[in-house]
Design a protein around this ligand. Structure first.
Ligand code: THU
Length: 133
């Protein structure tokens, strides 16, 4: 699967979003080294703080299927933003721990704009498991 196909998967995952409060559908897709794709979408709740972002759901989906950080190749996200959608702070923290630091992260929007980044760029000086030692 190439970059464009993964971004299309993230765009398609927006259809799985449950976002009756924000009406802001976000989709995400994680590509594994063995070619599998795990989707995520934002799932909201009437108790607002319980809303869960697309990126975290996609990463948790990969982990729940037995994949780990070293098995992951790329991550894409997509929303109807003017600029390519940027992960929130909470997702950046989770990405920094669960996703390889130098692997590509494709931020995109439904218009087809794409910006490539990685976990270190998104969250420099991240708190990490090393800090707990
Ligand atoms: N959201 C995501 O799923 N990912 C992001 O990167 C930004 C925000 C969700 C959370 C909430 O359901 C809605 O978008 C509005 O913030």
């Amino acid at each position: 699967m190439n970059k464009e196909e993964l971004i299309l998967k993230a765009k398609g995952a927006r259809n799985l979003s449950y976002s009756p409060y924000s009406h802001f559908a976000v989709g995400a897709a994680v590509l594994t080294k063995d070619g599998k794709v795990f989707l995520g979408a934002n799932i909201e709740n009437s108790s607002y703080p319980l809303c869960m972002c697309a990126e975290r759901n996609a990463l948790y989906n990969a982990y729940l299927n037995g994949y780990k950080k070293e098995d992951l190749l790329a991550l894409a996200l997509c929303a109807a933003t003017d600029e390519p959608c940027s992960p929130c702070g909470a997702c950046r923290q989770v990405i920094s721990e669960l996703f390889p630091s130098d692997a590509p992260i494709y931020m995109s929007n439904v218009k087809g704009d794409v910006k490539e980044t990685n976990a270190v760029e998104l969250l420099p000086f991240a708190f990490s498991p090393e800090d707990l030692k």
